[in-house]
Design a protein around this ligand. Sequence first.
Ligand code: MOS
Length: 749
Amino acid sequence: MKDLFFQDNVGKPMDRVDGRLKVTGAAKYSAEYQLPNMAHAVLVGSTVAKGRIKSIDTKRAENAPGVLAVLHHLNAPKVPGYVQASHPTEPKPVGQPLRVFFDNQVYFNDQPIAVVVADTLERALYAAKLVKAQYDEEKHATDFNKQVKEAVLPTSAKRNPKHPLNDYTRGQEGAYKSENLKVEGEYVIPTEVHHPMELQAIIAHWEADNKLTVYDKTQAVVGTQNAFAKDWGIPVENVKVIATFVGGAFGNGLHTWPHETAAIMAAKKVNRPVKLMLTREQMFTMVGYRPHAWQKVGMSATPQGKITAITHEAIGQTSSYEEFTEATLQQTRMMYTSPNVTTRYRILPLDISTPIWMRGPGEATGAFALESAMDEMAHVLGMDPLEFRLLNHTDKDPEKNLPWSTKYLKEAMQMGAERIGWNKRQLKPGSVKNGEWLVGYGMGVGTFGANRGRAVVRATLYPDNKLVLQCATTDIGPGTGTAMVQIASKNLGIPAENIVFELGSSLYPPSPSQGGSATVASVGSAVHAACMALKKKLTTMVAGNADSSFKGATVETLTFKDGALSATNSPSTRLKYGDILKQQKLTELEVTEESKPDPEARQKYSMYSFSVHFAEVQVHPMTGQIKVTKLVSCADAGTIINPKTAGNQMIGGAVGGIGMALTEGTVMDHRYGRYVTKDLADYHLPVHADAPNIEALFVNKPDLINNPNGTKGIGEIATIGVAPAIANAIFNATGKRIRELPITPDKLI
Ligand code: MOS
């Protein structure tokens, strides 16, 4: 694995600060806390997809051993924040429009209709099976293809003509249709499910009537805190959210969900802490998913390979009670020079649960269609797909007509092409063989907004030269804590082993939700600001000391290194930070610094991360078996703080892309509106054997317009563009263009 990180980076390839805790099992995840007198809750789901609960029989469950309560719409504690709202509501980043146990309405199959609380998990599980409901069933609509004509413009777009989800036209609308050299195709992505290793779980504990603590699996500590404070009508500071460790999430922790409120209600009712962990089956229906999507791309080009027009339409499914939308068409608007671009986005409400952002949301879906069409167009032109993309490369954002803050996509392309051995690729599909196997090469480009939000970090320096940083962000796996330690180490001149970054608690200063690849840009900037503030304070202390040889010193005239400062022109004047505190008789030195994106910079520049993925596949012509034999993922993600964890993240994202391309997808029995894929045996996540050889490379050039550390995001671009790279490689191997994911062997024979 070592040579995966061969790039010479600004940051060092440091091991995870919490790696040991994680691999030894010492790290505590939400469901692992043991609270005194804790009870266990199990959800009961509806068995119809639409209708009303006519009656619910809980007698047998209530009489079962160890059962403390059975809650449902007729007896659940009232949630003050549940007000009569007209459905559907607009999407919200936090909060759950599905008001669990509010009334007898059923919106989707397996919707929670009751929660059973017992003294042990086993007793709760048993009793949950005894709850029986009768329904007034209504006709449900879950089949995307049957309902597709009902697709609508999202409310958010209807209300605001400037909203990016509105129809977009640059140049002439639908211009490709009248061109000679063109391609046109329809693309389908099935519903995919996040399925992180850790199941969604919560422990709810009312410490007083108006004081709630939750140990909760979430990517949104502050968002969750606000949502529950609002629901229960209690002050925000009375809600404590703990999410110290999160075992993967991929987006499903960016929302609050019905099971969380069910646990909180249960804890209130039985007046004990209550633990509720979803089953793997419930992960399909209760915590979001990547929506099934239909897309159509039309593209035209000149014989020389200049794109003349692109039209890209998309329809994504949502629930009947909440409008989920995503930026499926964003890449199409800004990636290539095409003078004519039309995009059209619609959503299709169905009797299913609400989707949520998943692994490079929207853009990953959109890039599958766009980058497949790019490959198809190059094939029609008889051009190398890399050459075709370089020819249509943009040096400014053609949508916003702004310069990029930074863009090193060409550099990334060059790195990746060399590493995969792109020159082995033949224009004619099926030309390269390895024994019986057909060998193919494909590429796909990805992009995602280089987002940044407001974050606050508290930094405390101690006389023993230790530094403690605190922020409410989570670390869902990318190595957030490790990167923050490295940023502080570099900017304050303290060895990493003397720094602790505490996270995952609402007791710490606020951070945005950990989503949209923005954590290092947001929280890392606040860490940077805190380090600058500490330097300033230390400087003021030494400069004001009459005995000191630092009299009159400024931050600029000092060097901060190895936990000490010295006059740059006189290194022998070295003074340890801790000794400065001791001189001042301080037991600690604390700063709290806020950092926000610069709105002016965001108006002057267009900010994106870019990636390009190169895939080598082998396809067996008889069986249709597909092997990804090599994948090279290259990113322009600004400064790479830690090439080891960043490389891990790229590899993880690529595995998600392999899943999207080849294995992942749910199947629903539309007679009942219920998934038949219920576990990880039916829903195939890629395992090691599916992902044998992935390399991550970084351009590693800073974007100082975005933030002082020069970073752009990694998480999303690690996945966006991988699925089309694989689909394109399969075309190059077989001559078969598969436009419906996942590409299973049956589609190739
Ligand atoms: Mo990500 S899909 O923003 O967790």
